[in-house]
Design a protein around this ligand. Structure first.
Ligand SMILES: Cc1cc2nc3c(=O)[nH]c(=O)nc-3n(C[C@H](O)[C@H](O)[C@H](O)COP(=O)(O)O)c2cc1C
Length: 368
C-alpha cells in the first residue's frame, strides 16, 4: 500500500503544508485559568515533529464573556494566554509544522458557574428560561451579535500577530455559530433567522470581519457539520443543492478551506453518490476541503463519543488513500488516533501500523 497521497505537500496561497495529515481540534482541558501550559506546548510539538502537516488546536475561546462552556479550556485573549499560545506556535514551527487556533464560542450550552465569570449566563440565538423561570440563555441582541463578531475578528488579529498560520472558525457541533445555522435552535424573526441566508448571517459577518482585519492572504478555515451534540441525526441540509446554497456565500466572503465534520469519513452524504460531505463541499464550492471521522479507528471506539444507531463498519486506510488520491477531498483530519499516539503519522508513513497505539478512554486523562 502506498501511503504517499497522505504525505504530499499542500499549497494554498501563503499556507504551505508539509503533509495532508491534519490534527483535528480536540478539547483537552489542560489549561488552568485558560492559559496553555508547558505540557500543552510539548503535546502539540510532538505531533508536528512526527509529520502532522497542520495542527488545528483544541477549541479556544474568543474574548467574549460568555464564550466558554467548560473548565480549563484555553482562552484566545489576554496577555497570559496569548503568550502561552505563542510558545505553542514557536514549538510547532521549529518542527516544520503549521498551526491554526480553533476559535470557539459555545453559545447556549454554557452553564452558570462556568469560568471565567461564574455569574454570566449563556448567550444564544433565542432566550431560554429554566424550569423556575430564571434566565438560562440570553437571546442575543444586535449589539451582542456585534460584540461577538468583533471578538472573533480580534482573535484572528491576535492569531496573526503571534504567528499562527490562519484560523479555524468553529461553526460545527451545535455551538454558537451552528446554533444560528440550525433551524431548530434559531427561531429568530429578524435578519438573523428564517432563511438560510439569514441563519448564515452571523458566520458571514464573522468571516467578513476576519478577512477585513487580517488582509486578503490570511487563511480562514470554517468547520461545519450536519450533526449537533444535541442531536446526532440532525441535518442542516437535505440535498446537494441546499448544501451549495448554504456554502457558496461563505466561500464568497472569504472562507479558504471548509472542514467538513462527519463521524465516519466513508459514509455517503446524500443518496445516489459515494461522495462524503467533504467531497460534495469541494465539488460545490471549488474550495479545498478537510475530511474527518474515524480515520485509523476500529472496534468499540467507532462508537465512543460519536454514538450512532447505525452499525459501524470501519473503512480501511486504503479506502481513505484512494479517495484522497482521487481528489475527493484535499486534507485528512485525524482526531482520537492522534490523541493517543503522537507518532501516528510517522508510523503510517513508515508502514509501522502494527506499532500504532490503540485508542483508550484512559488516554483522555493525560496529555501524551
Ligand atoms: C476528546 C475530544 C475533544 C473534542 N473537542 C473538539 C473541539 O474542541 N472542537 C471540535 O470542533 N471538535 C472536537 N472534537 C471532535 C473531533 O475534532 C473529531 O471531529 C472527532 O473526534 C472525529 O474524529 P476522529 O474519529 O478521528 O476522532 C473532539 C473530539 C474528542 C474525541
Amino acid at each position: 500500500m502506498s501511503v504517499q497521497a497522505l504525505f504530499q505537500p499542500f499549497h494554498l496561497g501563503s499556507l504551505q503544508l508539509p503533509s495532508r495529515v491534519v490534527m483535528a481540534p480536540m478539547t483537552r482541558s489542560f489549561s488552568p485559568g485558560g492559559v496553555p501550559t508547558a505540557e500543552v506546548v510539548e503535546y502539540y510539538r510532538r505531533r508536528a515533529a512526527a509529520g502532522v502537516g497542520l495542527i488545528i488546536t483544541e477549541g479556544t475561546t474568543v474574548g467574549h464573556k460568555a464564550a466558554n462552556g467548560y473548565p480549563h479550556v484555553p482562552r484566545f485573549y489576554g496577555v497570559d494566554a496569548l503568550a502561552g499560545w505563542k510558545r505553542v506556535v514557536d514549538a510547532v514551527h521549529a518542527e516544520g509544522g503549521k498551526i491554526v487556533p480553533q476559535l470557539w464560542h459555545v453559545g447556549s450550552v454554557r452553564k452558570l458557574g462556568t469560568e471565567p465569570d461564574a455569574r454570566v449566563s449563556a448567550y444564544g440565538p433565542v432566550e431560554k428560561l429554566d424550569d423556575e423561570g430564571q434566565l438560562r440563555v440570553r437571546g442575543m441582541t444586535l449589539a451582542d451579535i456585534d460584540e461577538v463578531v468583533s471578538a472573533f475578528a480580534q482573535a484572528a488579529v491576535d492569531a496573526q500577530a503571534i504567528g499562527m498560520d490562519g484560523v479555524e472558525i468553529h461553526g460545527a457541533h451545535g455551538y454558537l455559530v451552528d446554533q444560528f445555522f440550525w433551524e431548530a435552535s434559531n427561531t429568530r424573526t429578524d435578519e438573523y433567522g428564517g432563511s438560510v441566508a439569514n441563519r448564515s448571517r452571523l458566520a458571514l459577518r464573522i468571516v467578513e470581519a476576519i478577512r477585513a482585519a487580517t488582509g486578503p492572504e490570511f487563511p480562514i478555515i470554517l468547520r461545519f457539520s450536519q450533526w449537533k451534540q444535541q442531536d446526532y441525526s440532525a441535518r442542516l441540509v437535505q440535498t446537494p443543492e441546499a448544501l451549495g446554497d448554504f456554502l457558496r456565500p461563505l466561500a464568497a466572503v472569504g472562507v479558504d478551506i471548509f472542514h467538513c465534520s462527519t463521524r465516519r469519513f466513508w459514509e455517503p452524504e446524500f443518496e445516489g453518490s459515494d461522495l462524503n460531505l467533504a467531497g460534495w463541499t469541494r465539488q460545490l464550492t471549488g474550495k479545498p476541503t478537510i475530511t474527518v471521522g474515524s480515520v485509523g479507528l476500529d472496534g468499540e471506539f467507532l462508537q465512543f463519543m460519536v454514538k450512532t444507531d447505525k452499525v459501524a463498519q470501519p473503512a480501511s486506510l486504503e479506502t481513505l488513500l484512494e479517495r484522497l488520491g482521487n481528489e475527493e477531498f484535499d486534507l485528512v483530519a485525524v482526531g482520537r488516533a492522534l490523541l493517543v499516539d503522537p507518532d501516528w503519522a510517522l508510523k503510517v508513513r513508515e508502514g509501522r501500523e502494527r506499532d500504532i497505539l490503540p485508542f483508550s478512554r484512559e488516554a483522555l486523562a493525560r496529555l501524551a
